[in-house]
Design a protein around this ligand. Structure first.
Ligand code: URA
Length: 237
């Protein structure tokens, strides 16, 4: 692995910062000053000092979870089980947190990570990272629902929503909806605003990340390198 990749993956320095430190003679590999951050090292066996500090290999983790109903999107809660409890106990000490929130009764795709910077970028309202949900509702969707959502709705409490896209099922008892933001209870409030009510809600994608159909409710897996790169690209990180 390249030295600069090793340092950024472990949350120590960006590639630029690593380059600067290397030129200043502040990167030592196995006792020797290394000025070229493109050089490859072996993270498990080489000894790397950055600015005088020994760096141990604890890279960021990126996990896709299929959230079941009844779990709170948090690291702890006084009353209900939380999504991080669904991970192996060995991972409990890795400071993983959910990237964004789903309501307790919402299911589907959740990203869990300990990469605060990437999470912050993915959730930034300015980035407009798209989230797609599948839902069912209590009443047939009114005929002009697509138009109302596409124009950007203002809710009763004055909250102004960005335009969103609705893809109803043929019977209009549900469908899919794409949001470019993630406000509190957003879809439930949107359906309420058009005289309807959400019955079930499931997230099926988050930016370039699609829910893995092989994961049952409560199951999780690590993201592939390609999926992590796609997330980074989506926010120019
Ligand atoms: N909108 C909601 O109302 N709830 C969610 O969990 C996600 C989006």
């Amino acid at each position: 692995m390249r030295i600069d990749k090793f340092l950024s993956e472990n949350g120590i320095a960006s590639r630029k910062e690593a380059g600067r430190a290397a030129r200043a003679g502040q990167i030592i590999v196995n006792g020797k000053v290394e000025k070229d951050t493109a050089k490859h090292i072996s993270p498990e066996t080489d000894e790397i000092y950055y600015m005088g500090q020994l760096i141990t290999h604890t890279p960021f983790l990126y996990i896709m979870l299929n959230k079941p109903e009844g779990y709170v999107s948090a690291t702890e809660d006084g009353h209900f089980p939380v999504v991080v409890e669904l991970l192996d106990t060995a991972l409990q000490s890795r400071h993983l947190f959910p990237c964004g929130r789903l309501d307790k009764d919402t299911t589907g795709l959740m990203l869990l990570t300990n990469d605060g910077q990437l999470s912050h970028l993915l959730l930034s309202p300015r980035r407009h990272v798209e989230k797609r949900y599948r839902f069912t509702c209590a009443e047939p969707l009114r005929a002009d629902a697509e138009q109302i959502f596409s124009e950007g709705l203002t809710l009763k409490d004055g909250d102004v929503l960005l335009p969103s896209t609705l893809y109803p099922t043929p019977d209009r008892m549900g469908g899919e909806i794409c949001l470019k933001e993630g406000k509190y209870h957003q879809i439930k409030r949107m359906l309420g605003a058009i005289g309807n009510r959400i019955v079930t809600l499931e997230r099926i994608s988050f930016g370039p990340l699609s829910a893995d159909p092989a994961l049952g409710r409560g199951q999780w897996r690590y993201l592939t390198d390609e999926e992590v790169s796609a997330l980074r690209q989506a926010v120019d990180a």
